[in-house]
Write a protein that binds this ligand. Structure first.
Ligand SMILES: [Zn+2]
Length: 231
């Protein structure tokens, strides 16, 4: 038996799949639907083994369901907005948009080489207008309903990253998870969403989650509880 030769075998079949549009999901189909959503990567520039582990699992599920006769929607996109892009751009002395675009191109090439069965025609990029027009639309709906409001509040601030950190991003001895700088408290005018109005409903509905491990449910309860106290 000859050894597996990935450099020959994989490009051959990846091209075959692409030519046959095998991973494109039709809008209409008689098959039962299956939605297989993986977490969109942040375009930092390189795919690492953590991505590979995560996306291989999603891909196994997509392929299994496809073989079982489902019309599988397995999309991919880029969680591409925010301060990290701006900081990286400063570091590389370029524009955040140019830097992000370059990272996306490189990571797309890497994901394609892994042979993952995404429908690339449905790719979304959160820093592009065709995507963020919907987050803006959603925000205006919150505003109209009085669920978005402004006030001063103390935040976790990293003076090195020049960014606000979520509580989960403050680690060890009150340090930034990215750069270990001591996190300061800073009062900033900011937008809030009145999710606390829904805390009771969220807590009650956790009971309806079937098949969720108890520790995860407990974490959810704690998270909602904490939000109620702070908000
Ligand atoms: Zn930092």
């Amino acid at each position: 038996m000859t050894d597996y030769q990935p450099a020959q075998i994989e490009p051959k079949w990846q091209k075959f799949w692409e030519d046959k549009k095998l991973h494109q999901t039709p809008d209409k189909s008689d098959k039962p639907k299956y939605y297989d959503l993986v977490m969109f990567p942040y375009p930092s520039g390189k795919i690492h083994m953590g991505h590979v582990r995560n996306y291989a699992i999603g891909d196994v599920i997509a392929r299994y369901k496809k073989m079982r006769g489902f019309n599988v929607l397995h999309p991919i996109g880029w969680d591409a907005f925010g301060m990290p892009a701006e900081n990286a751009a400063i570091q590389h002395q370029t524009h955040p948009a140019a830097w992000t675009e370059k990272c996306i191109q490189n990571m797309t090439k890497q994901l394609k080489r892994l042979g993952l069965s995404y429908d690339w025609t449905r790719q979304v990029t959160t820093c592009q207008e065709d995507y963020y027009k919907w987050t803006q639309w959603l925000f205006l709906k919150f505003l109209e309903k009085g669920l978005a409001y402004r006030r001063q509040a103390k935040v976790n601030w990293c003076s090195n990253c020049q960014t606000v950190l979520a509580n989960e991003q403050v680690i060890k001895d009150h340090q930034c998870w990215r750069c270990d700088t001591k996190v300061e408290e800073k009062a900033l005018e900011q937008w809030f969403l009145r999710i606390t109005d829904y805390a009771e409903k969220l807590l009650l509905d956790i009971e309806k989650l079937e098949g969720w491990p108890e520790p995860v449910k407990i974490m959810q309860r704690h998270w909602i509880g904490t939000s109620v106290r702070v908000g």
